[in-house]
Design a protein around this ligand. Structure first.
Ligand code: GUN
Length: 284
């Protein structure tokens, strides 16, 4: 049986550290880090995520504001709000909750956020900084995975790391962070022939596929560290990851559960990015 990497516990530890750092920040600067979240439309899952972000900010002592815009908001309206928040001094981070309604141009909207306030690290400027290893903020999910590994005593150095998934939000930056940690990295995707031959090479296997139970025990090298980024619902509506936990648990040395693994870390990393952005703004 593998050791469970407890994302809830590690996330709690980091949030306690962030609350302490926020107190120090406040006594030094006379203000607290501020996050603005914009949500357009009524998507119930997005509303829950946004509410959780707002609550997490309060928990560590940040200021936060949520802008709930109607589903039929125009591009100009959203852009005007971002322009205002870009100039607002008590706001250090801006996040536009995705997905946006189809009539809005996502790329134009995300590009409008000043790179200094881009706490998702989605802006091409920040993406480029990550590529060259000179970054302030990291995309929340891959950053959360790196924290889970580091705080479980796992380094990518000298290891073969296999990432399944090549999205801009998870797979690609995940591979880059493992590379910066001196891992030897393979990125697999839907067009990879003989995926199992690749995954069996992995000392660290990261699954970001979006398909319930996709990674099975026969695809995992005995003793591997397995990180499950997936958040899926199975046929019974139960939350489950990309990894078949029951069987892989028998083969891996360490494994993240779903829920309670990577999931709790993402908002925590958003808080970290907001503090980093606030420090950069006030130490200018
Ligand atoms: N929707 C789902 N995940 C994310 C995320 O990480 N950032 C934003 N902005 N929207 C999301």
């Amino acid at each position: 049986m593998a050791t469970i990497i407890d994302g809830k516990r590690i996330s709690g530890e980091i949030r306690a550290e962030l609350a302490e750092k926020t107190k120090e920040f406040q006594s030094k600067h006379g203000t607290v880090p501020g996050l603005a979240v914009i949500i357009v439309g009524e998507d119930p899952a997005s509303r829950v995520y946004v509410r959780n972000k707002h609550k997490a900010c309060a928990e560590v002592g940040f200021y936060s504001e949520v802008h709930e815009l109607p589903a039929d908001s125009t591009q100009e309206h959203v852009i005007a709000l971002i322009d205002r928040l870009n100039e607002q001094e008590n706001i250090h981070g801006i996040l536009v909750q995705l997905p946006l309604p189809k009539h809005l141009d996502e790329q134009t909207i995300l590009l409008r956020i000043k790179p200094e306030k881009d706490v998702d690290a989605f802006h091409p400027y920040n993406v480029g900084k990550i590529m060259i290893g000179d970054y302030n903020v990291l995309p929340c999910t891959p950053a959360g995975v790196m924290q889970l590994l580091a705080r479980s005593g796992v380094s990518a150095a000298g290891k073969h790391c296999v990432v399944i998934g090549r999205s801009n939000i998870v797979g690609k930056p995940m591979a880059m962070l493992l590379l910066h940690d001196n891992g030897t990295v393979t990125i697999c995707h839907s067009r990879t022939p003989d995926l199992k031959a690749q995954t069996l090479q992995a000392d660290i296997l990261v699954a970001a596929v979006g398909r319930a139970g996709f990674v099975t025990a026969d695809m995992v090298k005995p003793g591997a560290v397995v990180i499950d980024v997936g958040i899926n619902r199975n046929a019974e509506g139960k939350l489950c990851g990309d990894v078949d936990f029951e069987s892989v648990n028998e083969v891996a040395s360490m494994i993240t559960p779903v829920p309670g693994g990577v999931g709790p870390m993402t908002i925590t990393m958003l808080l970290q990015n907001t503090l980093t952005a606030a420090e950069a703004a006030l130490n200018k």
